[in-house]
Write a protein that binds this ligand. Structure first.
Ligand SMILES: [Zn+2]
Length: 413
């Protein structure tokens, strides 16, 4: 018996050792106040062995969130002091947030929105939906990932001839609130008794993809909660590319890295990642059928629209801005959560090769938005599961504003 106990403990120890831990890792918030300070932060991001930029430097007066390992804290403080930069402790112990983001008592149901769920659980739930609603739901498999997993979604269609709306979740693996929100919305589309919702469900076809980076998502569950990228290996020391820098639109021009170890590594070429390649092929195959492409990220509470590679206005900039403002004002009315709206370039940071911009640039899809969901940094990517429902509900409120407008506008044309 004693031997068995020892073996069990050993196994537990090994399992534990295989998992990345972030004990006493801090997230520091720094606000650059001059161009020089901004440049140094940019250099630090490029050459930071060990620092992880949760929110990268963009411009003067814009907050930067940096995760610092405990052994680097003294050095980090020295650098900040030499720059005359104040850094605020935003998260004191990242591991503590990892340990507490899920409920202490796990829900008994196989799926829901009071906890975060594995890829298998999400897929099993999709299967159960297809079984329950066979007349309106069709399963979609976009393709397979680098590690051979299916990239799955569903098409929800109540009638022929509807224009399509695409919901893309989970392209960044660690942003768990994204698949949770996307599945919540899908569930509401299927079950809501609200007449406004029911009208919208009848008026569009919905293509819903909760997790377009399954390998990364699984990895965040099994091995490293803070993983962002895909899990490909191209003979580099580091794994994966940032799938949301890998699309073939102004690829690697700005706000993306050519270094395989960077969190924003754009990949070895446009669509070098099988996940983005098969998704782009699928989207191309239905490109004449959809008018909205909506993607879900975290964190920062922003509603973004194209473009990221420059500050030029898209042709319907005024419409997207006004509609975005109406959407976030409805969102705020729901329970007070404040969002900012604008194009990627000026609202978050310049970036290129992102899925939404590729869709807009290649297909000229009129309604393309990207949510940076809760929160504003107190938990960052580690939003407690007890905020899933409120987050998803307010997001749905903003989505309804956008879809009602799209319906009216498209119906009139
Ligand atoms: Zn993201």
């Amino acid at each position: 018996m004693e031997i068995l106990r020892t073996i069990c403990l050993l196994i537990l120890a090994v399992v534990h050792a295989d998992r990345a831990t972030y004990d006493k890792y801090q997230v520091r918030r720094v606000v650059p106040e001059s161009q020089e300070q901004l440049e140094v932060l940019r250099d630090l991001e490029k050459n930071s062995n060990g620092l992880s930029f949760w929110v990268g430097p963009s411009r003067v007066q814009k907050a930067v969130d940096i995760m610092v390992p405990p052994h680097m804290l003294p050095q980090f403080d020295e650098i900040m002091a030499s720059l005359n930069l104040r850094s605020e402790v935003y998260i004191k112990n990242v591991q503590h947030l990892i340990d507490t983001e899920r409920p202490k008592v796990r829900p008994r149901a196989d799926f829901g929105w009071t906890d975060y769920y594995s890829l298998d659980a999400i897929y099993a739930w999709l299967d159960s939906l297809v079984e329950t609603y066979p007349e309106v739901l069709i399963p979609i498999t976009v393709g397979r990932t680098y590690e051979g997993r299916q990239i799955r979604g569903v098409k929800l269609s109540f009638k022929e001839g509807n224009r399509g709306v695409i919901l893309e979740g989970g392209i960044h693996a660690r942003e768990w609130i994204s698949p949770a929100t996307v599945t919540y919305i899908l569930n509401k589309l299927l079950t809501s008794q609200d007449p406004v919702m029911q009208d919208l469900v009848q008026s569009f076809d919905y293509y819903v993809f909760p997790s377009v980076n399954p390998d990364g998502y699984v990895y965040t569950h099994t091995t490293d909660r803070m993983w962002r990228k895909t899990r490909s290996q191209g003979g580099n020391r580091c794994f994966g590319a940032d799938a949301n820098r890998n699309f073939d639109f102004h690829w690697l021009e700005i706000g993306a890295s050519s270094s395989p170890c960077s969190d924003t590594y754009a990949g070895s070429a446009p669509f070098s990642e099988i996940e983005t390649r098969v998704l782009s092929e699928y989207l191309t195959s239905i490109a004449d059928q959809f008018d909205a492409y909506l993607t879900f990220h975290s964190y920062s509470q922003l509603l973004l629209f194209p473009y990221g590679h420059n500050n030029d206005n898209v042709s319907n900039y005024d419409e997207l801005l006004a509609l975005g403002q109406a959407a976030v004002s409805a969102l705020a009315n729901n329970n007070g959560t404040q969002y900012a709206v604008g194009n990627i370039y000026s609202t978050i940071y310049p970036t290129s090769g992102v899925s939404m911009d590729w869709v807009r640039g290649v297909f000229n899809t009129p309604y393309t938005y990207s949510w940076e969901l809760r929160d504003k940094g107190n938990h960052g990517f580690l939003l407690p599961a007890d905020q899933i429902i409120d987050t998803a509900e307010e997001t749905l409120v903003s989505l309804i504003v956008i879809l009602r407008h799209a319906k009216e506008k498209l119906g009139r044309n």
